[in-house]
Design a protein around this ligand. Structure first.
Ligand code: PGA
Length: 231
């Protein structure tokens, strides 16, 4: 794609097609971060009927209440959910403040397994992470608590206001992601060019968690020219 605006429009079009073309309700898994913001802005203006759609959030920080403005739930609510006609009971978020996080993760994973993901959108970290599956993550991982890598903490701290950034998060696992029927990965900007080149041309290895996506039958990677500039 020529630029971020085009990338965002294309991503929104794919999401809309998924919802409009499916006779039954669609089950989506959606990311946070800066990359999908343009897509969410497009969606808000598209008058898509979300009334039968189910949305799972991709990840969440540990220790933040879902109403906390730094939480990913708040991000998704603020940037998308409050502007679409989705039913509250069809929104699944991870409670990063649950007393028993293992139980919370297992229940979340079971819900995803039961419903099956039709389409998952992903960003990619500078270190190749997808969700919060950091380098070294097993390709058979499921929804669980993870420690954030130093590079992720450094990058995400920039957007973190007031409090100290949590050192741990909960993320949907790589195996869970790979079981989605379709995957769309978005990357924009010059700073993603290096990891995109490794993701596309490097070996499939735990060192670059996103690399396993190349084995998925229905993966679409949408890049702007900057992110694709090392290819
Ligand atoms: P970004 O994050 O969209 O803010 O670049 C992507 C990610 O870390 O997965």
């Amino acid at each position: 794609m020529k630029n971020y605006a085009q990338l965002s429009k294309e991503a929104a079009r794919i999401l809309a097609d998924q919802i409009n073309n499916k006779k039954h309700s669609s089950v989506l898994c959606l990311p946070t971060g800066s990359t999908p913001l343009g897509m969410y802005n497009e969606i808000k203006n598209m008058k898509i009927d979300f009334s039968r759609v189910t949305i799972f959030i991709l990840d969440e920080y540990v220790g933040l209440d879902i109403k906390d403005k730094e939480s990913y739930h708040y991000y998704l609510y603020h940037n998308l959910l409050k502007r679409i006609n989705i039913c509250k009971e069809k929104i699944y978020v991870i409670n990063g403040k649950a007393r028993n996080l293992k139980k919370e993760c297992d229940a979340y994973e079971r819900k995803i397994q039961k419903m099956g993901l039709d389409l998952i959108f992903l960003g990619i970290g500078l270190n190749g992470h997808i969700g919060f599956n950091e380098p070294g993550t097993s390709f058979s991982s499921r929804t669980r608590v993870v420690k954030l890598s130093d590079s992720t903490l450094k990058r995400n701290s920039k957007n973190f206001r007031k409090k100290k950034i949590p050192l741990r998060a909960v993320t949907v696992g790589i195996k869970t992601i790979m079981q989605a029927k379709r995957i769309v990965l978005l990357a924009s900007g010059k700073d993603k060019a290096d990891i995109i080149s490794k993701f596309v041309n490097g070996e499939i290895s735990r060192k670059i968690p996103a690399s396993i996506l190349r084995k998925h039958k229905h993966i679409l990677v949408i890049l702007d020219e900057d992110a694709a500039s090392y290819l």
